[in-house]
Write a protein that binds this ligand. Structure first.
Ligand code: SAM
Length: 299
């Protein structure tokens, strides 16, 4: 719902590719709500708001409230870097958004600062605390970026499991200009966590391989974008902040529905949604192999 972000993580949107859309190019909250309402009419039941940093867009509460009021949307989630989370908790609690994914790659202050561009870790931790106190269900997402260390994985696992959160480790996808991804890192992460905790396989949800850990309601998840299961577990479609509908994270193009949304052209929006939803099988896969920028797509 926005392609702007207050962080500057090198693996997500490398500096020289941080081309952000002008305000007038963004879908308005009314336009997003209208599109999601039509998607719900076609059978979509889950919505996740992401970005850029969704909590950085002005008046985001208006959108969360509007999406919460759509019939047929049973599950509402938000993906955030957590830096602005604490102040938004009362607003979130007032809506039906209950599933929060917080992206956090390290608990080391210095490395957080060098990865993300500022010392936001205390704010993220305060946001997580407030969310848990408010009874929200949280997952931590950690990208195994090139500088990721096994100690990050162990620290994050201990932190999450103690608090009953799922902690999911995501293999870094190749983003144009973001440097090399580390092959094999997820195996190393899983092995290190498995030698500290006893991991009991808990099946697959979506793209994640999950493991239960005795004594915690939280689980460990491994998300390997290079594995075949990654695409099989994906039933998502994506709507960018500027109105591009995509069936796949790796799609090069997409269907532009911004003008249709501006004109209130319901039949054009419906046709575009149908083409993306019902051709998902055929369209999914690593069409481009490299993600254009994660910041513009939403992860
Ligand atoms: N700003 C929000 C956040 O930080 O969660 C939402 C947008 S962010 C693009 C969504 C997710 O994409 C985050 O969990 C982020 O870590 C993940 N992500 C970004 N770049 C990635 C990459 N190169 N490979 C895998 N995941 C990536």
């Amino acid at each position: 719902m926005t392609d702007r972000c207050n962080l500057n993580c090198s693996y997500c949107a490398p500096g020289r590719l941080r081309v952000m859309s002008g305000r007038s190019d963004l879908l308005s909250y009314e336009e997003i709500t209208a599109i999601v309402t039509m998607a719900a009419e076609l059978g979509v039941t889950k919505v996740r708001v992401t970005g850029g940093e969704p909590l950085a867009r002005r008046g985001v509460g208006t959108l969360l409230t509007a999406l919460s009021g759509i019939d047929g949307i049973a599950t509402l989630g938000l993906t955030t870097n957590g830096t602005l989370l604490e102040r938004h908790i009362p607003g979130i609690i007032a809506t039906r958004f209950r599933r929060l994914n917080v992206s956090l790659d390290t608990l080391d202050h210095d490395r957080y600062r060098s990865l993300c561009g500022f010392d936001g870790l205390p704010r993220v931790l305060a946001g997580i605390r407030s969310a848990l106190d408010a009874g929200l269900r949280l997952k931590l997402n950690a990208v195994c970026w090139p500088g990721f260390r096994i100690s990050d994985a162990l620290d994050l696992s201990a932190f999450g499991l103690e608090r009953g959160m799922d902690v999911r480790f995501i293999g870094a996808m190749r983003v144009r200009g973001a440097g090399r991804v580390r092959e094999g890192i997820l195996d190393d992460v899983q092995e290190a966590i498995g030698s500290r905790w006893s991991l009991v396989p808990d099946g697959r949800r979506g793209s994640a391989n999950l493991f239960r850990v005795e004594g915690s309601t939280g689980r460990i998840g491994i998300i390997a974008p290079s594995s075949s299961g990654f695409c099989e577990g994906c039933g998502r479609i994506r709507l960018s902040s500027t109105g591009l509908l995509r069936s796949c994270l790796f799609s090069r193009g997409g269907v532009d529905i911004r003008e249709a949304a501006r004109q209130g052209n319901r039949s054009a929006i419906k046709a575009a949604l149908e083409s993306i939803i019902f051709n998902k099988e055929a369209a999914s896969g690593r069409e481009g192999g490299v993600v254009q920028t994660m910041m513009g797509i939403g992860g």
